[in-house]
Design a protein around this ligand. Structure first.
Ligand code: IMP
Length: 423
């Protein structure tokens, strides 16, 4: 079985937790795009793991793979391997594989990202992890690949070839170009290459073999649908394609192999960084969602902007991803609100729209049209099954399900493994 899982909103929907829950049924869990701009928190008993690159399935028995469509910062990966090792979770090459074609994020990518973001008149609010610049190099065919990193001679050749243009780019943005050929840094990267060499693999081959042997494969998306570089809210997007179809293209698995596409949907909406968020709240309800939902980014610690559930965006996410089912997360955060609102349509200059306009600048002008639903005051965090969810909260879940037209398969009411149940 081949399942693709993606975030349906702007990232931070709680994908890590759902992947962690599902991975016991999957032999392979695979990342297909993005880099350490992603971050997921997995809570296992008293232990809290914050991972950026290693797929969440790692904490169970699955083998986890990092596909060639990702951009990988080897320093961050090494730190994650060490962090897991320190908590007694060994990261052997039996457990983790990295595709030979994976693009490497070099220190100059991180430097350029920071410099470019500071120089922008209108900010994107990137994570400054070098993601966009690493993808630019991939498309320009100037990237350093995993197979270069692990071969010190090739790595030095590539760096020497690239140095002048990277130095010029950094200088042009007012930065210090010495980072490009810094000998200590180069040494560090040669050592990182040697350390990571045992993990190199062919991800497409592994997945296709696994599927043909009847094994289960889960492709785990990073970020969310509206951060997609093609279909998102340009220019306030990340630099990779975050939607489900991207899993097939990036992993080298044909679309005929896909069995399920699971969308992760937060019971409200959040966004980090700039860009339109039609239902954004600046009132007490917004503060409630932010505080009760602990809405701070895992990667940058930035405060997340919060708003009511946005149905027009969700309808578009369903089209873009072809979801066969949905996991609804963070329902518990909505407790203690007198009224829970759902944005059912937009008003754009007096015209009612049931679907988001394709042009981002028009989306930023849309005003939400809300339907009010009755709130509930019960604490949901201890609820273990859907039957025990209070009626008003179930009405909310079922209203969303009816409006989305996609079955809600899972509901989550907290970060722990026991706090997600089947609907
Ligand atoms: P970049 O991916 O660092 O280039 O940032 C581009 C945009 O995507 C910014 O608005 C970031 O805040 C956002 N972004 C990137 N990764 C994540 C994520 O994992 N969750 C939520 N937002 C993200």
């Amino acid at each position: 079985m081949f399942t693709i899982l993606t975030g349906s909103q702007f990232g931070d929907e709680g994908k890590g937790k759902i992947v962690d829950l599902l991975s016991k049924d999957y032999d392979l869990v695979v990342r297909f795009q993005g880099g350490d701009n992603a971050g997921h928190t997995v809570v296992v008993g008293d232990d809290v793991y914050k991972l950026h690159l290693i797929p969440s399935g790692f904490l169970l028995d699955s083998r986890v793979l990092i596909g060639p469509g990702t951009v990988l910062n080897p320093e961050v990966l090494a730190e994650e391997i060490d962090m897991l090792g320190n908590t007694g979770v060994e990261v052997s090459s039996d457990k983790l594989g990295i595709d030979a074609k994976t693009s490497i994020i070099m220190p100059y990518h991180v430097e350029l990202d920071g410099l470019r973001e500071s120089s922008r008149k209108e900010k994107i609010g990137t994570t400054k992890k070098g993601i966009g610049f690493a993808y630019v190099d991939k498309i320009a065919r100037d990237e350093i690949r995993m197979s270069d990193l692990v071969d010190s001679e090739r790595l030095m050749d590539r760096l020497t070839e690239m140095a002048a243009s990277k130095e010029a780019a950094i200088r042009e943005l007012g930065g210090d170009p010495s980072i490009v050929t810094d000998t200590e840094l180069m040494d560090k990267y040669v050592k990182l290459g040697q350390r990571l060499a045992p993990y190199v693999t062919d991800v497409s081959y592994e997945i296709n073999e696994a599927i043909s042997e009847g094994k289960n494969v889960l492709a785990e998306g990073a970020q969310g649908t509206f951060l997609d570089v093609i279909h998102g809210t340009q220019k306030f997007v990340t630099s990779s394609s975050t939607i489900a179809g991207s899993a097939c293209a990036n992993l080298g698995v044909g679309p005929t192999k896909v069995d399920e596409v699971l969308g992760i949907v937060k019971a409200y909406i959040t966004r980090v960084g700039e860009g339109p968020l039609p239902t954004e709240l600046y009132d007490e309800a917004g503060a409630h969602l932010h505080d009760v939902g602990h809405e701070f980014g895992t990667t940058t610690g930035r405060s997340r902007r919060c708003g009511w559930f946005d149905l027009p965006l969700l309808k578009k996410a369903i089209n873009l991803n072809g979801y066969t089912s949905v996991a609804l997360t963070k329902l518990d955060v909505l407790s203690d609100l007198d009224v829970v609102k759902v944005c059912v349509a937009y008003d754009l200059n007096g015209e009612r729209l049931d679907y988001p306009p394709e042009d981002t600048s028009l989306l930023s002008m849309c005003k939400p049209i809300y339907e009010d639903l009755e709130g509930w005051s019960d604490d949901l965090t201890g609820v273990k099954s859907y039957e025990d969810v209070p009626r008003a909260a179930r009405d909310y879940v079922e209203k969303l399900e009816g409006m989305m037209g996609v079955p809600i398969k899972y509901v989550s009411v907290g970060p722990g493994r026991a706090q997600t149940f089947e609907k």
